[in-house]
Design a protein around this ligand. Sequence first.
Ligand SMILES: Nc1ncnc2c1ncn2[C@@H]1O[C@H](COP(=O)(O)OP(=O)(O)OP(=O)(O)O)[C@@H](O)[C@H]1O
Ligand SMILES: [Mg+2]
Length: 418
Amino acid sequence: MTIDETSESSTPKKRGVILVVDDEDGPRLSVKMALKDNYDIHMAADGPAAIEIVQKHKIDVAVLDIRMPGMSGVDVLERIKFLDPTIEAVMVTAFETTDTIRQSLKLRACDYLNKPWEISAMRSAVSSAMQRRTLDTEILNNNEKLQQLFTELQNEKVEGQMAQARGDIYASIIHDINGPLTVISGFLQLINHRIGPAETLDAEGLAFTKDRLRTMTRQVTNCIEISRRYLSFLRKQPGEYASVGVNQMLTDLEHLMRVHPSQQNNEFDVQPLAQDIAVKLNGTDVIQMLLNLAVNAFQASPHPHRVQVSGESLSAPLDLSVFKDAPGERLLNVENFQNTAPLVRLTVSDNGPGIPPEVLPKIFQAYFTTKDVRMGTGLGLNIVQRLVKESGGALHVKTAPGEGTAFSVYLPGAPITT
Ligand SMILES: Nc1ncnc2c1ncn2[C@@H]1O[C@H](COP(=O)(O)OP(=O)(O)OP(=O)(O)O)[C@@H](O)[C@H]1O
Ligand SMILES: [Mg+2]
């Protein structure tokens, strides 16, 4: 017998879909009453009816009575997990036996409740099952999207749409972003499966891990969106700019740095432009400059320190006379700098150890590094200064031993067009 009732919902937000399976009318309706305000509900009075519903509808969480004539709740769980392994389940039982519970947990049921259950316990069990389901789906989707991104990158290369040298640099950035993401994503999947049966973690540990998992998954999703945005910039013709606001790039940078291994225990603060404008530059170039400068700032010291990134739009040309030719200061590309307003200044500063005076003249040379081979290739600042030159911008560095370093990039501004 199929009792297929979908509660009427006028809310535009997609609601979770619950399947309630119980052979008794009373308990089945009580589950519906407890959940109908927050979810869409399907109901079935026996196993075959439940399976029919799963074949026809996308179900998020199934609430299954264990003791039913014909197919038991555990049998139903096995069949519906076979049809859709991503469905989460909450088992309900009047006669708890460790055997059935063990069996249900083996089939990856999320939770079980004893009859008679409290409304709050039912709601909370279904809500955590829902959360687990959303997380699983998001992780799976992310993995698929990452695969797709890699394929697209491969195609970009094969089609040779980009000039070789430039294309390699671009491809490597996106590759660099995606590399750690793939690791995180795989790692997330692993933890999620490991804590699934929840036998080895206490409640607090479990809640903590789940919370972290949620945050990390969200971050991966953000990073994938960012990669996609910068991949689309690659398809622009030379001289054609994606007029993305600088603040979007600063937000992207913040998301990327939050998952970057170099961030560790350092403080990180990003201050956007008060009035957002765009720059006459490919967004991929801007994010690459900022990433290189921010990673350098984080790597400036192994001890916890502070890194700040701030943006400012300048409505007048730069007064070049204020820049001194001091031992701790350098201004690059003065000769080709298009010093006309509007300009955007992007500053990455740290309170690390500063750059020693004998090192400063060498930092922009290709392959110059003071870092361990595994930490640096010495190409970062060389790429930054090349991108600044190509864009008609200027690059300023100011450093003092023991006080820290600030790199400022001046770029020609442009209106944001949609
Ligand atoms: N914020 C900073 N504080 C202290 N030293 C810095 C800072 N930024 C750069 N440097 C110095 O400049 C050198 C060159 O930097 P660059 O980014 O070109 O290469 P890298 O960071 O060593 O390697 P890569 O960027 O290729 O991974 C660094 O090795 C470091 O000595
Ligand atoms: Mg570097």
